[in-house]
Design a protein around this ligand. Structure first.
Ligand code: MN
Length: 317
């Protein structure tokens, strides 16, 4: 069917390419690549999304992507979706072609190429470019790589075609693979990054036999800070966020430790000290209390309970 779509695309002059709600990287890359391909064939093309573009996909979308566009008699091509609900509130009548890799929806089109075995729509668009003998531009190649990487869960679902195509696209791309992975990373809010950095200044670290435990405090983002501390090598991270009239404590532990310590249980023992309540499960727990002045005491109690569980005395590093 892709052959027929390729032939058909040569015949009309004005296109609008549409894709689904909260367009992801694959959807955006596919739509933008098809726009460029059509322009290279001397056609006019607009791109449009229903409702919104997802945050990461926005990093690949040039500004001329319209939201809920009005269709002015253009030939409609839909990519990365084949269900009309996913295009609402855009009213699509007489769709010329659908190119998708999801299980078929009920969008009616003159030509539908739906290939659920393909792990991205981006690779279908790349195949289409070859059928049309259109050379892919560096920026488009980069977008298609991103689309493929995104939809294959960073290549975990890749197949041989994925790697063949990726190799070709990376040779054409204006960014190398590492740079593309960097763009795909979701940006963390700057205040969250500051919380992580500030937590370092107040960090206390302990060794309990083979276990490394850290405690620190921040103004907010305590759970995220705790997760970051695990990534940096701690086995257990306890992070407090004292407020004027309250206190939150978040604890995170590597899951490999869950046979040895139950963090929710440990946290339940500081409820009185912080004048509040605790909850969670074995490797992630949190506590909320009314007494911020007792944060230090709560930390010492937590440490004491973990010492008992592990049968090891904590040595401050
Ligand atoms: Mn997709």
């Amino acid at each position: 069917m892709l052959d027929k779509i390729a032939e058909g695309l040569k015949k009309k002059d004005n296109y609008i390419i549409l894709t689904h709600h909260n367009a992801d990287v694959d959807a955006m890359a596919s739509a933008l690549a098809l726009k460029k391909i059509l322009e290279k064939l001397g056609k006019k093309a607009r791109t449009g999304v229903a409702e919104s573009i997802s945050e990461v996909a926005r990093k690949f979308a040039s500004e001329d992507v319209e939201t809920n566009p009005e269709i002015r008699g253009e030939t409609i091509v839909v990519v990365d979706t084949s269900s009309p609900e996913q295009l609402e509130p855009i009213e699509v009548k007489e769709v010329f072609a659908v190119i998708d890799h999801h299980i078929s929806g009920n969008l009616k089109a003159s030509f539908s190429h739906i290939e659920p075995e393909a792990n991205s729509c981006s690779q279908l668009i790349y195949r289409l470019s070859k059928k049309l003998a259109v050379e892919i531009e560096p920026e488009t190649a980069r977008n298609l790589v991103a689309g493929i990487v995104y939809d294959t869960a960073h290549l975990r679902r890749a197949d041989p075609e994925t790697f063949r195509i990726l190799a070709e696209l990376l040779e054409k791309s204006d960014k190398n693979y590492q740079e593309i992975l960097e763009i795909l990373k979701t940006e963390i809010d700057v205040s969250e990054k500051i919380a992580v950095l500030k937590s370092m200044k107040r960090l206390k670290s302990y060794r309990l036999g083979d276990v490394l435990l850290v405690t620190t405090s921040v103004g907010s983002f305590e759970a995220s800070v705790a997760r970051n501390l695990l990534r940096m090598g701690a086995d257990i991270a306890i992070v407090g966020a004292p407020k004027k009239k309250g206190l939150r404590i978040s604890g995170r532990m590597r899951w490999q430790m869950k046979e040895r310590v139950n963090l929710a249980q440990v946290f339940s023992k500081i409820e009185k000290t912080i004048e509040g309540s605790a909850g969670g499960h074995d490797v992630a727990a949190s506590a909320n209390g009314k007494n911020p002045k007792n944060m230090g005491r709560a930390f010492r109690e937590i440490l004491g309970h973990i010492e008992k569980k592990l049968g090891e005395k904590a040595k401050e590093l």
